[in-house]
Write a protein that binds this ligand. Sequence first.
Ligand code: NAD
Length: 476
Amino acid sequence: MTTKICIARGDGIGPEIMQATLDILKAAGAELEYEELTLGEQVYLSGNSSGIDDSAWEVLRNNPILLKAPITTPQGGGYKSLNVTLRKTLGLFSNIRRSLSYDPILPCRFKNMDVIIFRENEEDLYAGIEHRQTHEVFQCLKLTTTEGSKKIITAAFEYAKTHGRKKITCMSKDNIMKLTDGMFHRTFDEIKKEYPEIETDHMIIDIGAAKLANNPEAFDVVVCQNLYGDILSDITAEISGSVGIAGSANLGEQYAMFEAIHGSAPDIAGKNIANPTGLTLAAVEMLIYLGQHSVANKIHHAILKTLEDGKLTGDLARHVDGVSAINTSDFASEVISRLGQKATVLKHVSDDPGQPTRKKLNAPDYKEKKVLVGVDVFIDDKNKDPNVLAAKLEALDSPLKIKMITNRGVMVWPRYNPATYCTDHWRCRFQADGSVSHDQIAGLLSVMAGESIDFIKTEGLYEFDGNAGYSLGQGQ
Ligand code: NAD
């Protein structure tokens, strides 16, 4: 059945590599029709800082699959990242990037490397909620949800199950971020019980990243939050030596976007010398997603066979002795002439690559009892002695009493070590005996305002079924 998809030819080398990819798709018999979208530089420069206009959103609504060539983000001018806008607006919660070795065709230290990073794509520090709160302190909120974590972890397990992958490693920093990363790790531990056939492992992200860089052949699928995944997937792409020819998939429940991982390469644009492999391999992933497995396999084998036969564009040919480069359109013709042939050296094509299932998750579970037990009030105070601030807060007329003050997370009152460096940003924890009300918190803030105390923000302290939903102070 023919599927209508959106394509965006992009900027720089985008139009050239997209044409090569479309030629290969056509010759291979992909059952696709195309609707063209204009995204990127042209839209940015027309004064739209998002890089995408309303008509493009409308087209996408009707055709929720996008094959996208790279776009150029103009320098300066406050232009927003189009990729981040697309991921968030379209609910593309999973970013899937496979990094593998093409050795011996493209020399790589790790001959058997084949790692897939599942990166959560919408949350974490990339929520982009930032504030400057005092002269000294800048804040970026790390927002991690139970639903977002379930979705990416389930997607990784479903992928492993359908693609014959054996092991999933979860990476987090839950020894430090016990609530956010702790929840991610616990969610992984819960979900893995549904997939007993898949081996699992958890690593703290710092040592995990080091091991991944040093011995990627020991890893299979890795799942992690947004920032960690962003870094890990660049590390794996770089050490695989195939950064210029890798594709990636961004999948959500309703939309999917496929693209090369490289940028628009303005330095070689318009010369017909760019390598279209990254975008074509992204299109292969798209065909698998659409269930067009045999066409996907045919193209994948033909690309690998073309590489095996030493037909390489300049970016790759320069690393291989005795090979002269061919141009973009000739590379596409070489691939097309090999459709139907099998790769013999590079064997990355699974003859039954499966289809990522889109497992429906249960609705969020709100059964825990949530009780407000206090408030952290963040205060801007240039006086650097916590005892002076504490004396002021102890004197406030409120049923909520000051219990603890921290500075950058370290407890500085009631116990203070003068060696602790203090900024102008103080977290002041107020609690009563038992639960408190919003009115009491509003009353506390009103009293503070009367005393000219500069409160920057508040965070409610909640218990969930008696478990604290807030962290303790360091040293508490
Ligand atoms: P880049 O990936 O475009 O280029 C880095 C180097 O790799 C350049 O020397 C380039 O010539 C080469 N290169 C990249 N792709 C190639 C290919 N297919 N064939 C041959 N050589 C290739 O990275 P950059 O220079 O940092 O970014 C250029 C522009 O691309 C920027 O505006 C950036 O914002 C944008 N960008 C877009 C995306 C995207 O749309 N997904 C991703 C990354 C960067």
